[in-house]
Design a protein. Structure first.
Length: 185
């Protein structure tokens, strides 16, 4: 088991085996399956706002996800773009999606909220990939997108859709997951 130390504690670093369910269940394209395996009851996209609204957005996302699975560890994935804070720069990485490298850490919502420093080049401080140990939901932000994709129970997705601080929309299987007014780069 590979670990890295932060905040006076050793944190387990994830392996390819920990994300195999994502790798085998996603495929390139504009459908939700580009980011989320088709193993969930419901799917949505959540637009990431700019400016002062971003802090409220990140808090709201964590609140919704924590309600769902606060009592278990979460996997936090930090996409290595070459300039973004990946928390443990010397840690081994896993490969997802279009060959992108992520540092994957077995941690939780508190670390998701506090580990990454704010970066003007990358909106938000949240990890780019998050899912609980039981794989009951997955939230992923692909490299160039101004939104996150999420899959989970209908109840969880309903919380995203109804949350006043979040701009979420339900996505059907096969539908272009790109939110209206946005474009894939």
């Amino acid at each position: 088991m590979v670990t890295r130390t932060k905040d006076g504690r050793a944190w387990r670093i994830g392996t390819e085996a920990d994300v195999a369910w994502i790798t085998s269940g996603t495929s390139p394209g504009r459908a939700i399956s580009a980011a989320i395996p088709l193993v969930f009851e419901a799917y949505a996209t959540v637009v990431i706002p700019g400016g002062a609204e971003l802090v409220k957005h990140d808090r709201a996302v964590l609140a919704v996800l924590t309600e769902q699975s606060a009592s278990q560890p979460w996997w936090l994935g930090y996409l290595d773009t070459g300039v973004d804070d990946i928390v443990f720069p010397d840690a081994p990485k896993v490969t997802l999606y279009a060959g992108w490298q992520y540092v994957l850490v077995d941690a939780g919502p508190e670390q998701a909220a506090t580990w990454r420093a704010e970066d003007p080049g990358w909106p938000g401080t949240l990890p780019t990939l998050m899912f609980p140990a039981d794989h009951s939901w997955l939230m992923s932000r692909l490299w160039d997108d101004d939104w996150s994709c999420v899959g989970g129970s209908a109840e969880l997705l309903d919380r995203f859709l109804r949350h006043p601080e979040l701009q979420a929309r339900q996505v059907a299987l096969g539908q272009d997951a790109t939110p209206p007014g946005y474009q894939v780069l």
